[in-house]
Each structure stands twice: as C-alpha cells, then as structure tokens.
Design a protein around this ligand. Structure first.
Ligand code: IPE
Ligand code: IPE
Ligand code: MG
Length: 239
C-alpha cells in the first residue's frame, strides 16, 4: 500500500489497453473467459481509482476490430460480458457520477445490445465526475477510414482538410487527445488503439495482467508521467 502524494502534473485523458486477461486465467488454470470476467470486475476498482487519483477522462480498450478473429466461443463470451456489465454495473456508475461513452462501430452487435449501449450513454450523459469512454469494436485504422468516408459524404474540398478537421471527424471529437496511454501485461505494442490521437502520447507499460491492475499500479503510471519531459519536437530549455 502506497501513499498517493500529490503530483506536479496529471494527465487529463488516460487511455488504457486492458491486456492480459487470458494469461491471468491460464496462470490459475482457469478458462480464458474467467480472466475476462475478472477483467470486467476490475473496472469498478479502476474507475474509483481514477476519481481518487484526479484523472477526469479514461478511454478503455475493451474489444478491438481484430478481436473478432478469436474463437467464436470467446467472442460470444465477450459480447455476453458486455451485455451483463451493462445490466449490472450502469446504475452504480450513474450513482457515482460516471459519464459512459462508447467509441467504435456498434453495427455488428445485436440490435438489443446496441440499444443497451445507447441507453447507458444517454442515462449518464450529464454526469461530470469521470468520463469513461469504452472502446468496443474499436480500431484506429477503421476509425480513420470512417472519418474519411464521412468527410467525402459531407462534400469537403481538399483545401478544407486540416488536422483539426480530421480530429473532429473521429469518434473522440469532443475529447482532448490522451496524454498518457497505459498498457497492462507487459506488451510493447499499440494494437491499433488511438493511433491518430496518440501521435504525442506518453506510453507506460505495466507488467501486471489487467485483472491485477490496481490503484497502486495506476499511481505508478501517473508518477512516471509526471516525470516525463514532453517536448513535442521542440526544446524545453533552449540556450
Ligand atoms: C485483453 O486480454 C482483453 C481483450 C483483448 C478482449 P487478452 O484476452 O488479450 O489476454 P491475453 O493477452 O491473451 O493474456
Ligand atoms: C488489444 O489487446 C485489444 C484490447 C485490449 C481490447 P490484444 O490482446 O487483442 O492485442 P494483441 O493481439 O496482443 O496485439
Ligand atoms: Mg492480449
């Protein structure tokens, strides 16, 4: 147990690649889905930690556009877990001031599951304590493709296009870019997460599997962030 001393700076928006559920389960001789279940249970703890650690916006990578290539039973299990979590957790999140959002493409989900997501977003839209943006069926490349399609559909001309316009056509249009992206389970990859928005993000890789990622680990990531010298291509102390 650590003490959580105040830090000189905090990120406003933190992305988390919630990785390692399968290995967490294997380590315990459990089926992969038991790891995903433990991963969903961990969300409550991490949302609480975000509030306590002064992080106002989280984007949580829950299911990628590439995750459809997993065995059908696992994909079905993950969809079922999303469905259950929406049934069981949303009221509590709403009470705790969490504003739920979704990024990604809902089209392949069943109409009833799509509706549940939209209902949760609507119910919580005025909450202000924490924005929890869930990336489900999200892929950074797919996001850019759909932004380009929408730009063409809207009839924009080449000279109208700039970085701000593209940012405003992404799913994250109303959110600032993440200053910090945390990946659990030690993997050193982006796996198609926020590839446009993450152009200048600081990365932190935690060795623990997602179900074990707790407030102490979160704080360690924030300490590391607070010590980074962010230069954005310039020089900090030009002499
Ligand atoms: C992350 O855990 C959850 C999803 C990608 C849905 P994994 O399922 O990728 O766990 P590992 O990487 O196999 O341990
Ligand atoms: C990234 O994890 C996607 C999510 C955490 C939802 P993966 O486990 O799918 O990524 P790879 O396959 O290791 O790149
Ligand atoms: Mg993984």
């Amino acid at each position: 147990m650590e003490t959580y001393s105040p830090l000189p700076k905090y990120p406003t928006h933190v992305g988390i690649i919630m990785d390692g559920n399968g290995r967490w389960a294997r380590q315990r001789g459990l089926p992969r889905l038991a790891g995903h279940r433990a991963g969903v249970e961990n969300l409550r703890r991490v949302l609480r930690a975000a509030v306590e650690l002064n992080v106002p916006i989280l984007t949580l990578y829950a299911f990628s556009t590439e995750n459809w290539s997993r065995p059908i039973e696992e994909v079905r299990g993950l969809l079922q877990l999303l469905d259950n979590a929406l049934s069981k957790e949303v009221d509590e999140m709403h009470k705790n001031g969490v504003q739920l959002r979704h990024i990604g493409n809902l089209d392949p989900l069943s109409p009833s599951l799509q509706q549940k997501v939209l209902d949760a977003v609507k119910l919580t839209q005025h909450n202000r304590r924490l924005i929890a943006n869930i990336a489900f069926n999200y892929g950074g490349r797919q996001e850019i493709v759909s932004a380009v399609q929408a730009i063409i559909r809207d009839g924009l001309k080449p000279e109208d296009i700039n970085e701000t316009v593209i940012s405003n056509y992404l799913y994250t249009a109303e959110l600032p870019d993440p200053e910090l992206i945390i990946r659990t389970s030690g993997e050193l990859r982006v796996s198609n997460f926020l590839i446009w928005q993450g152009a200048y993000t600081e990365y932190y890789v935690s060795p623990v599997y997602w179900p074990d990622f707790d407030k102490d680990e979160f704080y360690r990531a924030l300490v590391s962030f607070s010590q980074r010298d962010r230069r954005f291509g310039g020089l900090h102390n030009p002499s």
